[in-house]
Design a binder for this molecule. Sequence first.
Ligand SMILES: [Zn+2]
Length: 315
Amino acid sequence: MHLCRKISPRLNSTDNFAACIDHYIFNSVIDASLSQNFLPARRPTDNFAACIDLNDLFSMIINSEGIVLRQRKIANNRRMIVLFTKRYGKLSAGTSINEKSKSRSALALRPFTYAEYDIFKGRETYSINSSQVLKSFYSIGEDIDRFIMASSFIEYLDKVLAEGEPMPHLFDLSLEFLESVSHAGKSAETLLLAYIYKTLKMLGVAPELTCCVNCGKKPSEFGGNSGIRSFSVTSGGIICDECEKEEKTNPNALIYKPSFDIITVFVYFDSKPLKTFEKIDLKPEVLTEVRTILAEYIDRYLGTDVLRQSIGPEV
Ligand SMILES: [Zn+2]
């Protein structure tokens, strides 16, 4: 990583292969077997083409903070780890690091761990060379409620992230979630709902709350003074009475009229730091309604049923 930056300018030169090799030999962080395979095949006279290849090779060591989303066994005693990395987004990387060992690298591959990874990027594959724990949120595993919420969080991230698309703000928010859920009590579900709501804007699917999503009318012009607004999952936001009537003519319309002011709850979710929800619970009946609406919303716009399948009673 640092190496790549250091030598890249040289590698762009057309007559600098020997220098490239010097750097390769003395600074290499790539394992020895790779260098043995590589070096004899090249001679300084091949300089231009070889330097291009070497440039490829060097530029392929990447480094990033990340969290593990899931893993599975693959051939040759290796495992495939799906990471959410801060710099490169979601990526799948193979590794031969033994999960049962007590090494630093093995500890960094466990669930609910924030770690730094050195990854070799081949032409089409990634491989984790080494990793180091930056923080372990081990207390998540000590409480069933925290564990369920954190597991839903991981499943949600795995579903909504696209491979190779960096989302550093979402990464930071996700790290905040792990921090908060690791010492949350009963409020872990409110915390998860607030987290999911906050991600909607980052994922480009935030609902419209400032005006009727269909006609643009302001909430103050909706009429009535209860402060209760209908929310259309189908249209993606709050909806005025006239548009609600019209939309209901569609048998597939999904419109909720919650018993509380949904604008207040969603704006609260959006505006307060995630940490706030470590200690604050929504009332049970409000929590159920918010969960129901968000479950339908993320199913429709993000294609995940994570809020339906793993939390509380059926919605
Ligand atoms: Zn309207």
